[in-house]
Write a protein that binds this ligand. Sequence first.
Ligand code: BDR
Ligand code: CA
Length: 313
Amino acid sequence: MSRKIIIDTDPGQDDAVAILLALASPQELDVLAIVAVAGNVGLHHNATNARKIVELAGRSDIPVYAGCSGPMRRTLVTAEHVHGETGLDGPDLPDPTVPLQTQHGVDYIIDTLMAAAPGTITLCALGPLTNIAMALIKQPAIAARIAEIVLMGGAYFEVGNITPAAEFNIYVDPEAADVVMRCGAPITMLPLDVTHQMQSTPARLAAMLAIGNNSATAAHAMLTFSETFDLVKYGWAGAPLHDPTVIAFLLLPELFEGRRCNVSIETTSELTRGMTVADYWHVTNRDRNVNYLRNGDAEGFYDLLLDRLARLP
Ligand code: BDR
Ligand code: CA
């Protein structure tokens, strides 16, 4: 039986590839909806981009919702310098025709979890955690009904990418991340420690382009655009690929390794705002609230991604 998931996202080229990977895997994953959140760029662009991606994958039946337009208590920080003005610069995708749902994304998350049997819906978080935190605050009873929250965010050994101390998704809305970390639902984190290992090298991008279908060709254009900034920044052979690790973990968890430990969020310091303090060595007695993944098999990850992209239109 396929696992029911809701994808909460700020697409985002790497978010888009994650959504494509999920939509290419219907035997394992039943994507109930996509909920947009403000992050890489503004909410309006992210919601439009999500609609473009479901159409690209030939899945106009997947409903797309818009959630929160900014963090809980902070001014929105965006990343046009990485993702372009639209957030999805690179491929030339047509304007979407599938309508945006009228219900607010936070209410959709609450209603869906409250209506389903407990433990049957997994939340996949690919952007700032604003929508999920707001849903937890508005209806705390959802915490006990979430099967798992699998999120791309944070870093411990690789520390930060938007500041020296913080990863972008957590930095943008640290108060939301704090709410999520304390909510009591099972949490798996895919931090920079893993995603920095998943480098989109020229050979891997060439293999993506060689697939030849519309989805893989667009994914290649997206990643070719978004890696420009990172290649200069890191000087590596390929740019990190972040958000698809969340979906890859659901499909092939054996590609990843880590351990349960406490993760707490820095919300008060300006210098280290949004730092994910992971007690990886268990030096405290704090609650082991997170399955913290530290390493991943990059070859296995790209084999999976390329195999699944080839199944799309
Ligand atoms: C995260 O930030 C965004 O720019 C990416 O889409 C990813 O979710 C990486 O830090
Ligand atoms: Ca993202």
